[in-house]
Design a protein around this ligand. Structure first.
Ligand code: UD1
Ligand code: CA
Length: 454
């Protein structure tokens, strides 16, 4: 059994009012088309082809970059004409599954049901029952419920318009038959287009059996035509993900106020406050808590870590029982060992912070290897950039750095060293000793404050 999946993505998307092709608009952080591609791949088709047209200069390279075949439909003459462009790719396939690039939430399970609802010599149609079927092609059946044809809204008479079973557009079609049948479809209809759904009447006439599956979840087959529909699908999708996570043991203060854009692997007893955004691949262990307004990107949060409000964690690893924030920024390459503490207005980049070390206030630590039980005073800066190159700062265990210190890299602060407040450290600070770089305090007696001239 060989399967080709054809994704139609040539349409204009006029109602998006956008210079960007419709299928490149994002849902949950990734293009609509990517959702369909990812679902298609779950079915392991032999061939996968995307029919491009409008916005092809953007869509074609995007698709080809993933080593997926594209064909161009230069003029959009209808869905049958679009599928025909992919003929060379499916002519030898047993079955062809047609998907739409602007119907992003179709699930692999529903598609499996469709493929499985009849043998590979039958035509299989995914339908839905809608309260308001306006605009859709209607499924016309005989009294025995056999499908006879699909009539487009614009071509339908009053009686047909009353039908509320609609064509979702998603069909599975015998490949060789399709290749032949497409050349017999005409454009004698109100829109002057070549309609793929005309295959139904053709199959009936030729005695080819037709099967259908009715999709229970309207949102799975909902298309995006404008930004209002895009927003509706986004919130539906987010709600669905939040529900699954809550069922798996995650507490959301308000499941309507979080966004998940990517993969989220979550343990139990995690609590997430409002307005948290998860992007990319995140792994979050048991008992983690995340405060309001945090953004977590491609990161690992270990058991019991606490991210306080308004923090950004990107490409970072936060050890067990660490505390981060409020208002902290962990940039790529940050690795906090267990029980480390990063406080407010602290930025860390490309640095290893050892067990239980604390950087509590107003600091920048970049390109640094820091040992365990270190205390970094407020306002400490690693000067890691000389204007041309980045250099590392090495800080041993049990180091105490006084406030407002600059560590000019490359530089080493050895185990147990203490740095006096306000120092500028340019050379190795030796172990277990106090290093000071500022002059001693002196007092000028009789000194007068300047007075304002009259
Ligand atoms: C189509 C179906 C209709 C169905 C509805 C479901 C036809 C004639 N009608 O109508 O029965 O109820 O979808 O949403 O098929 N496309 C191309 N090239 C073209 C034309 C369309 O790639 O020449 C793509 C579009 O980008 C879109 C999809 O095909 O992704 C559907 O096209 P659209 O024009 O939206 O079809 P509808 O009129 O909505
Ligand atoms: Ca449409």
């Amino acid at each position: 059994m060989s399967l080709t999946i054809v994704i139609l993505a040539a349409g204009k998307g006029t109602r998006m009012k956008s210079s960007k092709p419709k299928v490149m608009h994002r849902l949950a952080g990734k293009p609509l088309l990517q959702h369909v591609i990812d679902t298609a791949k779950q079915l392991s088709p032999e061939n996968l082809v995307v029919v491009c047209g409008n916005g092809g200069n953007e869509v074609v390279p995007y698709v080809q970059h993933q080593s997926i075949e594209t064909v161009m439909q230069v003029e959009q003459k209808g869905t049958a004409h679009a599928v025909e462009q992919a003929k060379a790719s499916f002519a030898n396939s047993d079955e062809v599954l047609v998907l739409y690039g602007d119907v992003p939430l179709i699930s692999a399970e529903t598609l499996q049901d469709l493929i499985g609802c009849g043998d590979h010599n039958s035509l299989k149609v995914l339908t839905a029952i809608l309260d308001d079927p306006t605009g859709y092609g209607r499924i016309v059946r005989d009294y025995d419920d056999n499908m006879l044809s699909i009539v487009e809204h614009k071509d339908a008479d009053e009686e047909t318009l009353l039908i509320n079973e609609i064509n979702t557009g998603i069909m599975c079609i015998p490949g060789k038959w399709l290749a032949e049948a497409l050349s017999h479809i005409d454009n004698n209809n109100s829109q002057g287009e070549y309609y793929l759904p005309d295959l139904i009447a053709m199959a009936v006439a030729q005695g080819i059996s037709i099967n259908s599956v009715t999709c229970e979840d309207e949102m799975e087959v909902a298309g995006v035509n404008n930004r209002v529909q895009l927003a509706e699908l986004e919130s539906y999708y987010q709600q669905k993900r939040a529900t699954a996570l809550m069922m798996a043991g995650v507490t959301f203060c308000d499941p309507a106020r979080i966004d998940i854009r990517g993969q989220l692997e979550a343990g139990q007893d995690i609590s997430v406050d409002i307005n948290v955004i998860f992007e990319g691949d995140n792994k979050i262990a048991d008992n983690v808590s995340i405060g309001a307004n945090c953004i977590i990107i491609n990161s690992i949060l270990h058991e019991g870590a606490e991210i306080l409000p308004n923090s950004i964690v990107e490409n970072a690893e936060v050890g067990a029982h660490c505390s981060v924030g409020p208002f902290a920024r962990l940039r790529p390459g940050t690795k906090l060992a267990a029980k480390a503490k990063v406080g407010n207005f602290v930025e860390i980049k490309n640095a290893n912070i050892g067990l239980g070390s604390k950087i509590n206030h107003l600091s920048y630590i970049g390109d640094t290897d820091m040992g365990a039980d270190v205390n970094i005073g407020a306002g400490t800066i690693t000067c890691n950039y000389d204007g041309a190159n980045k250099h590392r700062t090495v800080i041993g265990d049990r180091v105490f750095v006084g406030s407002d210190t600059q560590l000019v890299a490359p530089v080493t602060v050895e185990d147990g060293a203490t740095i006096g407040a306000g120092s500028t450290i340019r050379k190795t600070a030796p172990a277990d000793a106090l290093t000071l770089t500022k002059s001693e305090q002196r007092t000028v007696k009789g000194w007068q404050r300047p007075v304002k001239k009259k």
